[in-house]
Design a protein around this ligand. Structure first.
Ligand SMILES: Cc1cc2nc3c(=O)[nH]c(=O)nc-3n(C[C@H](O)[C@H](O)[C@H](O)COP(=O)(O)O)c2cc1C
Length: 178
């Protein structure tokens, strides 16, 4: 059976640079099936404990979690808004954490971030690196792509060193899938 990798960007931008990075990254794996999810297809109300009491868990959160937990590997690229998760990702994360606190299920993960800035989403990457393992994330590889507009074009990473770095991280996730 081919291994199945689920990838998504922590963004709801229709032109998300993080989604472009995830798409490119999924193409770097050999012999896997890759599934690129879009948070826009999992529209959720704003999490609140009162709403949770009233409606329980919304279907899109359950559906997203199910897809995540059915994967052999996970590729995430987080967009950074004001040094943190985007609202849309945090909201999904909060809902999923209520359904299952250990939501990442020890599934090997490549955790990434990119931004238009020179720090490449370093703050959100650090935040997630600290937090996700508390929800049983098994982060086996990490990558940050700085200055997206300078380093990425025509659906691939133009900077050779950065492209090489990504491939090293991809190999780590491939190894973890064996
Ligand atoms: C509200 C807002 C806050 C932002 N804050 C940051 C930031 O803290 N650090 C950063 O590097 N880029 C920041 N940016 C720029 C994003 O990196 C850029 O919009 C990027 O395209 C977001 O990723 P996405 O296209 O995948 O949504 C911000 C953008 C917005 C709209």
């Amino acid at each position: 059976m081919m291994k199945h990798i689920v990838g998504f960007a922590g963004s709801n931008s229709r032109t998300s640079i993080n989604k472009q990075l995830v798409k490119y990254t999924l193409e770097q794996f050999d012999g896997i099936t890759g599934e690129l999810l879009d948070l826009n297809d999992f529209s959720l109300p704003l999490f609140g404990v009162d709403l949770e009491r009233e409606i329980g868990y919304p279907e899109p959160a359950k559906k997203f979690l199910k897809k995540l937990q059915a994967a052999d590997g996970i590729v995430i690229s987080l967009a950074e808004h004001n040094g943190a998760y985007t609202a849309v990702f945090k909201n999904l994360f909060d809902w999923m954490s209520r359904i299952d606190r250990k939501l990442f299920n020890d599934i090997p993960m490549l955790l990434m971030a990119t931004s238009t800035g020179a720090r490449g989403g370093a703050s959100v990457l650090a935040m997630a690196s600290d937090r996700f393992p508390r929800h049983n994330a098994n982060i086996v590889a990490k990558f940050s792509l700085p200055s997206f507009n300078e380093n990425f074009s025509e659906e691939s990473i133009k900077n050779k060193d950065l492209d090489e770095q990504l491939k090293v991280e991809v190999a780590k996730l491939e190894e973890a899938l064996k």
